[in-house]
Design a protein around this ligand. Structure first.
Ligand SMILES: NC(=O)c1ccc[n+]([C@@H]2O[C@H](COP(=O)([O-])OP(=O)(O)OC[C@H]3O[C@@H](n4cnc5c(N)ncnc54)[C@H](OP(=O)(O)O)[C@@H]3O)[C@@H](O)[C@H]2O)c1
Length: 322
């Protein structure tokens, strides 16, 4: 059988890199389109059948040209915060881009799209993030035909080496000397391991039974945000007093932090946290995955005592210089 050719949009990110690695291992030719090739090439160019190409994914002509001759496209592009206020920035990435992607797929004759949404994305959800994710999901599914098949994935928060959730709290906890004020401490999550998510994408590429389906993806255990932060604190061997903020204080923290460059926490994030990120049923059986426990993975990548180089890396990340 000829090698399958797949393009990953958002393939330089946390989830994309892991999917790319798995697909290369499975014998796929993988193309990633990135806005900044130089910045994102580390760890990807060594993969033998991966091609990293620089381009603006929002440009329909670029998509059309890059999709020529492909068997499938995977869309992982997503943002937690948008520049400016309102829904416009989210709409560009979560709604307009999926529309351009399906159009380009059709024009280039690509018959398969895997689309990343988010758990509890909904038209009447409280945040721009969740509402625009729902609209993007509707667009990609509404364009399905006998020659164009879509599968979408709706995960809770995802953990694994280089994640931006556990590692972010680890960094913040290290920088905060005694007290750690935590917004929305009772928000609930069911974190899912990145390699389990990767398995679902790799499987869906090869299983026609996943055509037209939308899959909620969660790990085996529900935690409150406070429990997760306490767990990270313990893993790091730190002594910090976690102070859960009430609703009003959480909102105030979000209103202040969204003014900080990089928006570490925003009112839109606060609104997303009003919806518990937990699944109503177990991991979809079609993938044959027994989801990994957070406790069996996180200790392998959280460092207790960072060395000097690792601390510099933390400082660079905090300054958004890598
Ligand atoms: N991580 C989680 O816990 C989680 C949970 C649920 C759903 N998701 C969804 O999963 C997807 C991937 O998440 P991730 O954690 O891997 O994200 P990530 O590490 O932030 O990567 C996202 C990728 O999207 C591209 N991108 C970001 N903003 C863009 C923009 N404005 N225009 C064009 N491209 C842009 C970037 O590619 P370049 O910089 O190379 O262009 C980046 O590599 C997202 O859709 C996210 O909403 C993630």
């Amino acid at each position: 059988m000829a090698k399958q050719k797949v393009c990953i949009l958002g393939g330089t990110g946390f989830i994309g890199r892991n999917i790319a690695r798995r697909l290369v291992e499975r014998g796929y030719d993988v193309r990633i389109i990135t806005r900044r090739r130089e910045r994102n090439k580390a760890g990807l160019l060594t993969l033998p059948t991966l091609y990293l190409s620089e381009g603006d994914v929002h440009n329909a002509a670029v998509l059309r040209q890059q999709f020529e001759g492909l068997d499938a496209v995977i869309n992982l592009v997503g943002i937690l915060n948008a520049p400016g206020r309102g829904e416009k920035g989210f709409e560009r990435v979560h709604v307009e881009l999926p529309r351009k992607i399906v159009n380009a797929c059709r024009e280039a004759g690509v018959g398969r799209l895997l689309h990343m949404s988010a758990l509890h994305a909904g038209m009447d959800a409280p945040s721009h993030y969740l509402r625009t994710k729902a609209r993007g999901e509707e667009i990609v599914h509404s364009t399905e035909t006998a020659d164009f098949h879509v599968t979408s994935f709706r995960p809770s928060v995802i953990f694994g080496p280089d994640d931006s959730f556990i590692n972010r709290f680890a960094r913040l906890l290290r920088f905060t000397p005694y007290f750690f004020p935590l917004a929305c401490p009772s928000a609930r999550f069911q974190p899912v391991y990145v390699q389990d998510v990767v398995t679902t994408f790799a499987h869906a590429l090869e299983d026609h039974n996943t055509f037209g389906q939308r899959y909620d993806l969660c790990g085996p255990t529900v935690y409150t945000l406070e429990e997760l932060v306490r767990y990270v604190t313990k893993q790091l061997g730190l002594r910090r007093k976690i102070i859960g903020l009430n609703d009003w204080m959480s909102k105030m923290q979000a209103a202040c932090l969204q003014l900080v460059p990089g928006k570490p926490f925003s009112l839109d994030n606060y609104r997303s946290l009003q919806v518990h990120s937990i699944c109503n049923s177990g991991f979809p059986s079609i993938f044959g995955v027994t989801p990994r426990k957070l406790e069996s993975v996180v200790p392998n990548y959280l460092r207790k005592q960072p060395g000097r180089n690792e601390r510099y890396s933390d400082y660079r990340q905090a300054a958004r210089r890598q």
